[in-house]
Design a binder for this molecule. Structure first.
Ligand code: T46
Length: 136
Protein backbone atom coordinates (compact mmCIF):
# COMPACT_ATOMS: atom_id res chain seq x y z
CA UNK A 1 0.00 0.00 0.00
CA UNK A 2 1.19 3.53 -0.77
CA UNK A 3 0.83 4.61 2.87
CA UNK A 4 3.73 2.32 3.77
CA UNK A 5 6.00 4.43 1.55
CA UNK A 6 5.23 7.55 3.60
CA UNK A 7 7.48 8.20 6.56
CA UNK A 8 9.00 10.85 8.76
CA UNK A 9 12.59 11.84 7.97
CA UNK A 10 15.01 13.11 10.58
CA UNK A 11 16.69 16.21 9.13
CA UNK A 12 20.43 16.52 9.85
CA UNK A 13 20.88 19.40 12.28
CA UNK A 14 23.87 21.15 13.83
CA UNK A 15 23.43 23.04 17.08
CA UNK A 16 25.94 25.41 18.59
CA UNK A 17 25.79 28.47 20.77
CA UNK A 18 24.30 30.47 17.84
CA UNK A 19 21.30 28.18 17.52
CA UNK A 20 20.44 25.48 14.98
CA UNK A 21 21.07 24.84 11.31
CA UNK A 22 19.21 22.03 9.52
CA UNK A 23 19.86 21.00 5.94
CA UNK A 24 18.61 18.79 3.13
CA UNK A 25 20.43 18.35 -0.15
CA UNK A 26 20.14 16.14 -3.21
CA UNK A 27 21.96 13.02 -2.15
CA UNK A 28 21.16 9.41 -1.33
CA UNK A 29 19.52 10.64 1.87
CA UNK A 30 16.66 12.20 -0.14
CA UNK A 31 14.14 10.00 -1.96
CA UNK A 32 14.01 12.36 -4.98
CA UNK A 33 15.73 15.24 -6.75
CA UNK A 34 14.19 18.56 -5.62
CA UNK A 35 12.49 20.35 -8.54
CA UNK A 36 10.21 22.80 -6.70
CA UNK A 37 9.96 24.45 -3.31
CA UNK A 38 6.84 26.14 -1.94
CA UNK A 39 5.68 27.28 1.47
CA UNK A 40 2.37 27.75 3.24
CA UNK A 41 1.92 30.48 5.82
CA UNK A 42 -0.60 33.06 7.05
CA UNK A 43 -3.22 30.35 7.56
CA UNK A 44 -6.08 31.96 9.51
CA UNK A 45 -6.55 30.61 13.01
CA UNK A 46 -9.62 28.40 13.45
CA UNK A 47 -11.16 25.71 11.32
CA UNK A 48 -9.01 26.31 8.26
CA UNK A 49 -8.05 23.22 6.27
CA UNK A 50 -5.82 22.77 3.23
CA UNK A 51 -4.98 19.87 0.97
CA UNK A 52 -8.04 17.67 0.29
CA UNK A 53 -6.45 16.15 -2.78
CA UNK A 54 -4.00 13.50 -3.97
CA UNK A 55 -1.29 13.57 -6.63
CA UNK A 56 -0.87 11.08 -9.43
CA UNK A 57 2.94 11.29 -9.53
CA UNK A 58 4.12 14.01 -7.17
CA UNK A 59 6.32 13.09 -4.20
CA UNK A 60 7.05 15.64 -1.52
CA UNK A 61 8.61 16.35 1.86
CA UNK A 62 6.71 18.63 4.21
CA UNK A 63 8.42 20.41 7.12
CA UNK A 64 6.81 22.62 9.79
CA UNK A 65 9.46 25.36 10.05
CA UNK A 66 7.32 27.18 12.63
CA UNK A 67 4.24 26.17 14.56
CA UNK A 68 2.34 22.93 14.15
CA UNK A 69 -0.13 21.24 11.84
CA UNK A 70 -1.85 17.87 11.70
CA UNK A 71 -1.60 15.95 8.44
CA UNK A 72 -3.85 13.02 7.62
CA UNK A 73 -2.63 10.65 4.90
CA UNK A 74 -4.96 8.16 3.23
CA UNK A 75 -4.09 5.65 0.49
CA UNK A 76 -7.67 4.55 -0.07
CA UNK A 77 -7.28 1.54 2.21
CA UNK A 78 -5.81 2.92 5.39
CA UNK A 79 -5.09 6.32 6.89
CA UNK A 80 -2.64 7.76 9.39
CA UNK A 81 -2.40 11.10 11.18
CA UNK A 82 0.89 12.91 11.75
CA UNK A 83 1.62 15.95 13.90
CA UNK A 84 4.29 18.12 12.30
CA UNK A 85 5.77 20.48 14.87
CA UNK A 86 9.54 20.45 14.41
CA UNK A 87 11.88 21.96 11.79
CA UNK A 88 14.05 18.88 12.34
CA UNK A 89 11.45 16.44 10.99
CA UNK A 90 10.18 16.07 7.44
CA UNK A 91 7.18 14.04 6.32
CA UNK A 92 7.74 12.21 3.03
CA UNK A 93 4.48 11.74 1.08
CA UNK A 94 4.51 9.49 -1.98
CA UNK A 95 2.25 9.58 -5.05
CA UNK A 96 -1.44 8.56 -4.79
CA UNK A 97 -1.94 9.67 -1.19
CA UNK A 98 -4.95 11.75 -0.24
CA UNK A 99 -3.81 14.46 2.25
CA UNK A 100 -5.66 16.82 4.58
CA UNK A 101 -3.93 19.54 6.62
CA UNK A 102 -5.77 20.93 9.66
CA UNK A 103 -5.38 22.22 13.22
CA UNK A 104 -2.83 24.81 12.15
CA UNK A 105 -1.36 26.63 15.15
CA UNK A 106 -0.83 30.40 15.01
CA UNK A 107 1.89 31.57 12.61
CA UNK A 108 2.60 28.13 11.19
CA UNK A 109 5.04 28.02 8.29
CA UNK A 110 5.18 24.81 6.23
CA UNK A 111 8.03 24.28 3.78
CA UNK A 112 7.44 21.73 1.01
CA UNK A 113 10.08 20.18 -1.28
CA UNK A 114 8.82 18.32 -4.33
CA UNK A 115 10.08 16.17 -7.20
CA UNK A 116 8.00 17.94 -9.88
CA UNK A 117 7.25 21.41 -11.10
CA UNK A 118 3.63 22.58 -10.60
CA UNK A 119 1.19 20.73 -12.83
CA UNK A 120 -2.55 21.02 -12.15
CA UNK A 121 -3.18 17.87 -14.22
CA UNK A 122 -1.29 15.88 -11.57
CA UNK A 123 -3.95 16.77 -8.93
CA UNK A 124 -6.91 14.58 -8.02
CA UNK A 125 -9.27 16.90 -6.15
CA UNK A 126 -12.25 14.56 -5.89
CA UNK A 127 -12.12 11.65 -3.41
CA UNK A 128 -14.38 9.35 -5.48
CA UNK A 129 -12.18 9.91 -8.51
CA UNK A 130 -9.14 9.09 -6.32
CA UNK A 131 -10.75 5.76 -5.35
CA UNK A 132 -11.68 5.00 -8.98
CA UNK A 133 -8.09 5.57 -10.13
CA UNK A 134 -6.80 3.27 -7.36
CA UNK A 135 -9.08 0.47 -8.57
CA UNK A 136 -7.69 0.59 -12.13
C1 T46 B 1 -0.08 19.86 -1.27
C2 T46 B 1 -0.39 20.70 -0.08
C3 T46 B 1 0.33 20.29 1.14
C4 T46 B 1 0.60 27.11 -7.90
O1 T46 B 1 0.29 27.85 -8.85
N1 T46 B 1 1.87 26.61 -7.82
C5 T46 B 1 2.26 25.81 -6.79
O2 T46 B 1 3.44 25.37 -6.75
C6 T46 B 1 1.29 25.46 -5.79
C7 T46 B 1 1.68 24.55 -4.62
C8 T46 B 1 0.03 25.96 -5.89
N2 T46 B 1 -0.31 26.77 -6.93
C9 T46 B 1 -1.67 27.32 -7.01
C10 T46 B 1 -2.77 26.30 -7.27
C11 T46 B 1 -3.97 26.94 -6.60
O3 T46 B 1 -4.58 27.86 -7.51
O4 T46 B 1 -1.99 27.91 -5.73
C12 T46 B 1 -3.37 27.74 -5.46
C13 T46 B 1 -3.57 27.09 -4.09
O5 T46 B 1 -3.10 25.74 -4.17
P1 T46 B 1 -3.83 24.52 -3.43
O6 T46 B 1 -5.27 24.78 -3.33
O7 T46 B 1 -3.42 23.26 -4.12
O8 T46 B 1 -3.19 24.64 -1.96
P2 T46 B 1 -3.16 23.52 -0.81
O9 T46 B 1 -2.51 24.14 0.37
O10 T46 B 1 -4.50 22.92 -0.62
O11 T46 B 1 -2.21 22.37 -1.40
C14 T46 B 1 -0.81 22.60 -1.47
C15 T46 B 1 -0.22 21.91 -2.70
O12 T46 B 1 -0.90 22.36 -3.87
C16 T46 B 1 -0.33 20.42 -2.62
O13 T46 B 1 0.51 19.82 -3.59
O14 T46 B 1 0.21 18.68 -1.14
O15 T46 B 1 -0.19 22.09 -0.31
Amino acid sequence: MNLNKCKTISIPTIKDNRGYISFLQNSNALPFIIRRVYYIYGVPHGNCTRGAHAHKKLNQIMIALMGAVKVSLDDGTQSKEYLLNSPQTGLFISEMIWRDLYDFSDNTVILVLTNMIYKESDYIRNYEQFQDILKK
